[in-house]
Write a protein that binds this ligand. Structure first.
Ligand SMILES: [Fe+2]
Ligand SMILES: [Fe+2]
Length: 177
């Protein structure tokens, strides 16, 4: 059996030299870079909205299980902000501009900013579980779309997805369902 994978190192070295200003993005990059930057900006918006929702809920959580739920929301909020920063860093590597514009965050996000009027713990937990489930689905789609074309962005999204699944699982535990 022959292995037909042959790296043309000379060509790659030449191409790498020709477009130094493109930074980390080379000719072997398999996708439309601008499309990937656009999708990652939606991830930033989603994560910032999730950070806002968790932070708000952590502060206003009341009821018998307040301390435990509030602590979990605070931990999740910190991780959502970390996710936003990871996506922003990757956009920058791809030569794009991370979009944190607050005037468009809500419409660019995959998830909603919600505040239950009665500040009910169970409703808050359900709101956050729904948001996590939406993020899990959209991130899975993004990962499938990235495929082998951009392994670095895919790995980053897989890391984020893993944490969103943990968040959903944490909430299920708190809901006691
Ligand atoms: Fe997140
Ligand atoms: Fe999450």
């Amino acid at each position: 059996m022959t292995d037909d994978f042959v790296l043309d190192v000379t060509r790659i070295r030449e191409e790498a030299r020709q477009k130094m200003e493109a930074g980390a993005v080379t000719d072997t990059y398999g996708l439309d870079k601008h499309r990937v930057i656009g999708v990652l900006n939606e991830v930033i918006a989603t994560e910032v909205v999730c950070w806002l929702r968790y932070t708000r809920h952590a502060i206003s959580a009341t009821g018998i299980d307040r301390a435990q739920v509030s602590q979990e929301f605070t931990e999740h909020a910190a991780e959502e902000m970390q996710h936003a920063l990871m996506a922003a860093e990757r956009i920058s590597q791809l030569g794009g501009a991370p979009d944190f514009d607050p005037t468009t965050l809500a419409q660019r996000a995959h998830t909603d900013y919600t505040t239950p009027s009665d500040e009910d713990l169970r409703t808050m937990l359900e709101n956050n579980l729904l948001a996590e489930r939406i993020a899990i689905s959209t991130y899975q789609e993004i990962i499938r779309w990235l495929g082998d074309h951009d392994p670095t962005t895919r790995r980053m999204m897989e890391t984020i997805l893993e944490q969103e699944e943990e968040h959903a699982d944490d909430i299920i535990d708190l809901l006691g369902v």
